[in-house]
Design a protein around this ligand. Sequence first.
Ligand code: PGA
Length: 262
Amino acid sequence: MADARRPLMAGNWKMNLNHFEANLLVQKLAASLTEQQLADVEVAVLPPFTDLRTVQTAVDGDKLNIEYGAQDISTHKSGAYTGEIAGFMLEKLGCTYVLAGHSERREYHNEDDATVNAKVKAAYASNLTPILCVGEGLTIREENGHVGHCTAQVVAGLEGLTPEQVKRIVIAYEPVWAIGTGKTATPEDAQEVCGEIRARISEVYGAEVAGAVRVLYGGSVKAANIASIMVKPDVDGALIGGASLDAEEFASIVRYREHVAR
Ligand code: PGA
């Protein structure tokens, strides 16, 4: 990655951990990392909604240098939307980030690019930083359509934003065939798509904006493979699912600079 961009390791807990377990994991994670390690690499956790207040209390109470955010946001401001969570609620809980367009939301909740774009805008309206997720399924990869597919998802997700907003966004490239499967894309695969995403952002918003955007890789990231992915110039961190539920493993991912790239 480029020196100008601070690496981000974000743990997507998905639908795991009750609030007691959330508290334990955050404490254990913070205890496993030094102040210097947490200064060098930004660490964020993305718990289920029901854990957010507990995570906020742990982070604020012990002044932990850990960011947190939500896994989803409503496209609506407030009102009669049973079961939905609005941006202002997440803002009040001190959230920094919110995921938009994770493949599991696109697949199981039929979220299309327009919905994802509305969520990205809802995030900015409540001073949250969206982590915009894009990625191709196996068929598209086998047909060699992955670059076009992912860059189109990025452009659609950013539609209508100002260059200043785009500069602050985080993009996560997650090939769907590598999520939770144990199959990681090769570091070259990750670099190819992350690089093309940055190039596309540069075409639309200019080189300065593209140079500031952090692009993460996600999909079966673990301590054993993170170092080889992080040496790639356009990969600025990772979105980590399963491995982020284990404090030791997640902390080891954050310490990737101490590993030898294989
Ligand atoms: P995984 O999930 O690390 O368990 O593959 C990544 C994600 O879905 O964000």
